[in-house]
Design a protein around this ligand. Sequence first.
Ligand SMILES: Cn1cc(CCO)c2c3c(c(-c4ccccc4Cl)cc21)C(=O)NC3=O
Length: 290
Amino acid sequence: ENNISRYHQEFLEQELIGAGQFGSVYKCVNRLDGCVYAVKKSTKPVAGSVLEKTALNEVYAHAVLGKHQHVVRYYSAWAEDNHMIIQNEYCNGGSLADKIGQEALSAAELRRFLLHVAEGLRYIHSEGLVHLDIKPGNIFISKEKKIHITNYDSADDGFEDLDDNSLYEEELTYKIGDLGHVTSLSNPQVEEGDCRYLPNEILHEDYSHLTKADVFALGLTALECAGSGPLPKNGDQWHALRRGELPPLPQLLTRDLLELIQTMIRPDPAQRPAPVQILQSRALSPESGK
Ligand SMILES: Cn1cc(CCO)c2c3c(c(-c4ccccc4Cl)cc21)C(=O)NC3=O
């Protein structure tokens, strides 16, 4: 059997960036193209097991969900020495969970986050798939330094002082990752996601509005970004959220942003907005930021 590791042949491992029951994720440099990737190594699941289905699900989903700026990009996957390995786009800004662990998002950042992830969901659903595990830990951030045009005149002597950081602004792009729970709308094999973001109807195995389960999870994720604090895994507070009751929020969100989030966590999935309606809502229009 081939005992040369493709992983070590093709990649220079830089650092461990995540570990859990799912396996370990490394930041790696590809020796050929010199680019950085996120590579997840998980123990190869027993053939025919649920874990194997999940692992294959993830790769099938990535294969269908080609390039989209709000879905983490997939490059390759293979099996070696009893491990499953998947090579994805590396997002250099950490996960949303890391970011809101530090501090809540501002209203402007919250609007940007909702726009990006709603666009990613609109795309995933348009391909006849649902994510089923939307949560802060599965949203990754790419940071890009953009030259701030208005400061151009301060660089009147051309590009010499482009290293001057006042010229730059960091632009964040939010991307949906971890497609391990993705399933098809036409023939759903539902593996429940994180119970903190699970809508009641999925708990009761009602799969008639699966796309709205992603909208519900996005709504609760938005609440957490607004500083609601950690979400309950069960009990009275869990049920209160499923009755559509908003928890107390520290920061002053605009009323239309609160109303939008409230519609996303409505008990009846049919009453929740579809991603395209979220994108068109007044709360996310640039005017509302003024
Ligand atoms: C824990 N962790 C940290 C990161 C870096 C965030 O700045 C990360 C990434 C991914 C993943 C990932 C998730 C699920 C499946 C496969 C991968 Cl590579 C996990 C990641 C992924 O697909 N792309 C990442 O950047």
